[in-house]
Ligand binder design. Structure first.
Ligand code: ZN
Length: 106
């Protein structure tokens, strides 16, 4: 499907760069995804995602889990660590959580 594309750097270097478009691999390297060429960076987090991340060596790909219609937003689960640090404090805005919130409100 699409590749999470960017420069591969050691974790320490990625910490200095910072920002939200970092994809940490388990081998101590991080992909700097902030480049515009990385279309995968536009994929948002969802608790009910339509794609999933697969790591193949030093490369990261987004694979669709179901048929995604044209114009539909591509989403994947960012993972617990990212979620707890950067999403939970503000409230998740994915479709599934919005629905749950609306149900609670009414
Ligand atoms: Zn959510």
């Amino acid at each position: 499907m699409i590749e999470y594309w960017g420069k591969l750097v050691p974790d320490e270097e990625a910490q200095e760069v910072g920002g939200r478009y970092l994809f940490e691999l388990e081998n101590g390297k991080t992909i700097l995804g902030a480049t515009r060429a990385n279309t995968a960076r536009y994929a948002n987090h969802s608790c009910d995602p339509n794609s999933e991340v697969r790591v193949v060596g030093n490369r990261v790909f987004l694979f669709s889990l179901r048929r995604i219609s044209a114009g539909e937003e591509i989403t994947y689960d960012y993972g617990k660590e990212y979620f707890n640090a950067l999403i939970k404090p503000f409230g998740c805005r994915c479709a599934k959580c919005e629905k749950r919130r609306n149900r609670k409100a009414s």
